[in-house]
Design a protein around this ligand. Structure first.
Ligand code: UDP
Length: 323
């Protein structure tokens, strides 16, 4: 019974599990704990500790499952350039096994965690679901392949599916859950502040109003709720789009984020200015109109709330924070 959340011990997956619980839907977690944290899974939620590449474990985990939210994957775009085969194995080979075993088990509903990285460097100010996809990393490519896999298996085998393209996911829905990504802006800035170092801005000469990159920051709890809405829509047999952009329509620059962090934490700092990080687009902001129409998607949190909740969780993690 219930839904299987792959990657349910990770920062995003654990929020998805909580959102399912809040909606009264049972969840089971499949996670190899390579980056997930077992204490992120709420008490009472069954956890299968296994890789998706372990076909027998996947088969076992799918017993009695109604649908799958597939969050597990290797998510570091920059690192994926150095580790393409690892990325494809984790994100594509694993997904093929998952889909094969879902068909075998008669599980015919899937919500997939896709990414804004499928767009690469968009040439429009506001990305929509029809904006051309030109991924610039093996990570972005692997997510696009995931979307193609779903379209093909949907056509051939009747799989009901949707892909949710995440933009910049930040914040915490509960102080127990923090983002420990060693590559993203929020955790890197917090890490610097906690350890008495100065946060860094990568690139101040972008074609944006203040010269720093503009991104579409969304709160992880809002994101998690969209997964529940998608699952419910699939379960009810309602029409669903193959792809939704989970964006807010609003962009914030790295400088604006730094200002908000300074304001919320009360720590006065002046960021170090560094050259551009390779592969970062000037701006990537999406409209979430389609998701608002079908999935009740809306920004229930301000940027201040995103920063404050993330900072609270980071502080609460204390010595248990990885690294
Ligand atoms: N960034 C930064 N300092 C950091 C980490 C990130 O200036 O310590 C910038 C990065 O160059 C990008 C933005 O913050 O312009 C968001 O980066 P993140 O890695 O969080 O997300 P993504 O690159 O996937 O949009």
């Amino acid at each position: 019974m219930g839904w299987l959340v792959t990657g349910g011990a990770g920062y995003i997956g654990a929020h998805v599990v909580r959102a399912f619980q809040a909606a009264g839907i049972e969840a089971t977690v499949l996670d190899d704990l390579s980056s997930g944290i077992s204490s992120f899974v709420p008490d009472g939620v069954p956890v299968v500790r296994a890789s998706l590449l372990d076909r027998a474990a996947v088969r076992e985990a799918l017993h009695g499952i109604d649908g799958v939210v597939h969050v597990a994957g290797f998510k570091y775009a920059g690192v994926s350039v150095q580790r393409p085969l690892h990325t494809y194995e984790q994100n594509v080979s694993a997904m093929v096994i998952l889909l094969q075993e879902m068909l075998e088990a008669g599980v015919d509903k899937l919500v997939f965690s896709s990414s804004a990285a499928t767009f690469g460097v968009p040439d429009v100010d506001l990305v929509t679901e029809t904006t051309a996809t030109r991924p610039e990393s093996p990570y972005g490519e692997s997510k696009l392949i995931g979307e193609w896999l779903l379209a093909d298996v949907g056509r051939a085998n009747g799989l009901q599916h949707t892909s949710l393209r995440y933009f910049n996911v930040v914040g915490s829905g509960t102080p127990e859950l923090y983002d420990a990504s060693p590559h993203n802006l929020f955790p890197l800035v917090f890490d610097a502040l906690v350890n008495g170092r100065t946060p860094k801005i990568f690139g101040t000469d972008y074609d944006t109003p203040d010269g720093t990159c503009v991104r579409d920051y969304i709160h992880v709890s809002d994101l998690a709720e969209a997964h529940v809405a998608a699952a419910q829509r699939l379960a009810a047999g309602q029409e669903i789009e193959p792809i939704y952009n989970l964006g807010s329509g609003e962009g914030s620059s790295v400088r604006q984020i730094m200002d908000t962090i300074r304001e919320v934490t009360g720590i006065d700092f002046e960021p170090e200015l560094h050259p551009r990080r390779p592969g970062d687009p000037d701006r990537i902001v999406a409209t979430g109109e389609l998701a608002a129409r079908d999935l009740g998607w809306q920004m229930r949190h301000t940027l201040q709330q995103m920063v404050a909740s993330a900072w609270e969780a980071r502080q609460k993690a204390g010595d248990s924070y990885p690294g």
